[in-house]
Design a protein around this ligand. Structure first.
Ligand SMILES: [Fe+2]
Length: 342
């Protein structure tokens, strides 16, 4: 199932270095000058497509795919779980058909709805890996000096008492996450997950909206720097202005961002995602809010957040054995303390 990685590697090897000269100052705030997407390395972070073969979910995904290919043309796309609604093989097949039409590599993590209730936790994770071509359901993705860490909701059966759709990381993943952060503090760190870290963005005070175990994640976040953490699950649309202040939350060195949803389920009523742009030599990252149905950004929601280091899209990385790896490589960890580069 590893043939999917070949086109990604070929794709990445063809990428040109992003342009220079885009300067914005502020931590979180409105953009202060005009923006041309040609100046940055553009990435779209979407979530919650909830494909269930029904008309709404497939129409919303169609809107997303069309906007990606015709207008935004990002270099990479992340989808933060609840890709499917019931996680059946048929739903995976439909999702794959949409994904295969996207003109950019797509990186996913599993959410609660990517667990078929008829299967065990492990059976669901096997299904995720096999049907989406991953060697592991949690992994990291390196772009120059920027490390994207994708966390997985590994448990929907046998959640701790009182929880029913919260996220849960098993001890192996928690240890891997901590090790990965520890080893990569010389890079910008961007975490992506379905559920949110406790007490950060909208609705994350509720246990069922959080990634667990919360005490372990809080300890890790208090020990190692994370620059940006994107999460979803809440389906809060950008037009929900009263909640927008809770969609960008700065806590310590970390800016937490709520992604909204591709599906219109749960009264979202619009098909939305976040668009970010990394620019060579700058710490500032532009984050925009996209409505895919009307194919426009809501400029009033443009935000700029700061990373720890200026982006270097041509930086090399060093693995644990101190061997240099390729500039545009991506890496995955199949076990704690073991890195493999592609
Ligand atoms: Fe969810």
């Amino acid at each position: 199932m590893s043939n999917r990685y070949i086109p990604r590697r070929e794709f990445l090897s063809k990428l040109a270095t992003a342009g220079l000269g885009f300067l914005i100052s502020s931590t979180i705030g409105n953009i202060q000058s005009g923006w041309s997407s040609s100046e940055g390395y553009d990435i779209v972070i979407g979530s919650d497509s909830h494909i269930d073969l029904g008309q709404e979910s497939t129409a919303s995904m169609e809107s997303f795919v069309t906007d990606m290919n015709q207008n935004l043309r990002p270099k990479e796309i992340f989808c933060l779980g609840d890709l499917l609604h019931n996680a059946t093989v048929e739903e995976y097949k439909t999702y794959r058909e949409f994904r295969d039409r996207l003109n950019a590599p797509v990186w996913e993590c599993p959410g609660n709805h990517d667990h078929d209730p008829k299967l065990s936790n492990e059976e669901n994770l096997v299904r995720f890996r096999e049907l989406l071509d991953y060697d592991n359901h949690f992994y990291s993705h390196l772009l120059g000096n920027n490390l994207f860490i994708l966390l997985a909701d590994e448990r929907q059966k046998n959640l701790p008492g009182g929880l029913s759709y919260a996220g849960y990381m098993e001890p192996e993943q928690v240890a891997w996450f901590e090790d990965t952060l520890k080893m990569n503090q010389d890079k910008n760190i961007i975490v992506l997950s379905h559920q949110s870290a406790k007490g950060t963005t909208v609705m994350s005070e509720q246990s069922n909206m959080q990634m667990h175990p919360t005490n372990e994640l809080e300890r890790i976040l208090n020990t190692y720097r994370v620059d940006l953490w994107f999460s979803a699950h809440a389906h809060s649309g950008f037009d929900h202005k009263s909640a927008h202040a809770d969609m960008f939350v700065k806590k310590g060195p970390t800016t937490f961002v709520q992604v909204a949803s591709i599906s219109k389920r749960y009264n979202t009523n619009r098909t939305q995602s976040r668009f970010i742009s990394l620019v060579e030599g700058t710490k500032e990252v532009l984050i925009r809010s996209r409505d895919h149905d009307v194919q426009t950004f809501d400029e009033s929601l443009d935000a700029v957040v700061s990373l720890n280091y200026p982006v270097s899209l041509t930086a090399t990385a060093v693995d644990l054995s101190e061997q240099l790896v390729t500039t545009w490589g991506w890496m995955k960890e199949s076990a704690a303390n073991r890195l493999q580069y592609w």
